[in-house]
Design a binder for this molecule. Structure first.
Ligand code: AHM
Ligand code: MG
Length: 340
């Protein structure tokens, strides 16, 4: 072999050499996540044929209708991660409470939170969906079952965050705080191969992604911002281009590569926004920041928000640094108002 093909495992092992105290547990955990991602990818591609598209009668803890593929993805994550002795507890967007490690299995030093299948409203239409995950060190005592407090850590404590996008190809993108790296699943080898080393997002983008049907429900500053970025002004690169899939992983992934801003602001319909801090916003924020971008709730850095409950929602604005700062200006000081 020429040595040019870098698999996910090889990449992680080489990264772990930076830590002389590393035990290999993290490498194994990432392999478990990659295995779950391959299973979910396989079933996502086959969903139409296997009759697992469509809604079930179940309602998830957010009060939304659960799709069959959501259930499959959730079970796959639980089963892939619960038995190898790397985790002390898990939490999933699809489960109301923390998910303990079954008694018969050993306990580990990590905590994993995930959204097994984000963007589920798109499943029936064959549009890209994704898995998002976040890993922390446990803060509870070793060799005891993990606790809710282990899962309610601030995003700045994450040791790893990643997403898998099931699109025209399947890609796993992750960070351990040493840059963002993207791996494409080669269907013939069944391996994730490093295809996008050290992803950097442009400092200023040309795309905005938001559900603009909420316009009338936003407060004035947010409406002013959206109005502003749509005005024609070549010097400041306006108007921005509108792109909204409605699958955050896909919207974020595209904007990370091309440059842009993703927004799910508060509205009269959803005063806290829609997205969940722990499973969705923190991991994406870690990745966006590591790629050189910025992620805020409008005022505060996402990763510094104290999670007070497992399913806490937060407004979320993330992307190219200059674009996010401009939004912040509108919300905080409204100083561009005179130009509108
Ligand atoms: P989900 O976790 O139930 O799939 O919801 C999260 C998704 C995001 O992927 C997406 O950006 C957003 O919800 C879309 O919401 P809306 O339809 O309100 O625009
Ligand atoms: Mg989600």
């Amino acid at each position: 072999m020429s040595g040019k093909i870098i698999t996910l495992t090889r990449h992680i092992i080489e990264e772990q050499r930076r830590f002389p105290q590393a035990t290999g547990q993290f490498t194994d955990l990432m392999n478990d996540i990659a295995f779950a991602a391959k299973l979910i990818s396989y079933h996502t591609n086959k969903a139409g044929l296997m009759g697992i598209l469509g809604e079930t009668a179940d309602i998830n803890v957010q009060g939304e209708i659960v799709k069959k593929l959501d259930i499959f993805a959730n079970e796959t994550m639980v089963r892939a991660l619960d038995h190898n002795g790397h985790l002390c507890v898990m939490a999933s967007e699809e489960s109301e409470d923390i998910i303990p490690i079954p008694e018969q299995y050993p306990l580990g030093k990590y905590v994993c939170l995930y959204d097994p299948l984000d963007g589920s409203s798109n499943i029936d239409a064959n549009v890209s969906v994704g898995t998002i995950f976040s890993i922390y060190n446990r803060i509870s005592d070793a060799d005891t079952p993990g606790t809710l407090a282990d899962c309610l850590q601030k995003g700045i404590n994450q040791v790893c965050a990643g997403y898998v996008v099931y699109g025209s190809s399947t890609m796993l993108v992750f960070t351990t705080g040493n840059g963002v790296h993207g791996f494409t699943l080669d269907p013939s080898y069944g391996e994730f191969i490093l295809s996008h080393p050290n992803i950097r997002t442009p400092q200023k983008g040309s795309i905005y992604s938001v559900n603009e049907s909420h316009y009338d429900y936003w407060d004035e500053n947010i409406r002013n911002y959206i109005h502003y970025i749509k005005q024609v002004d070549e010097k400041t690169g306006r108007p921005l281009n509108s792109r909204y899939i409605g699958s955050m992983v896909s919207d974020i992934h595209r904007n990370l590569l091309y440059g842009g801003i993703y927004l799910y602001p508060p509205s009269k319909l959803a005063p806290e926004g829609k997205l969940r801090l722990t499973y969705e916003c923190n991991p994406i924020a870690f990745i966006v920041e590591q790629a050189g971008g910025k992620a805020i709730d409008g005022y505060e850095r996402i990763m510094e928000i104290e999670p007070t409950s497992l399913h806490l929602r937060t407004p979320f604005i993330a992307g190219s640094e200059e674009d996010v700062i401009l939004f912040e200006d509108f919300v905080k000081q409204n100083r561009h108002k005179v130009n509108i």
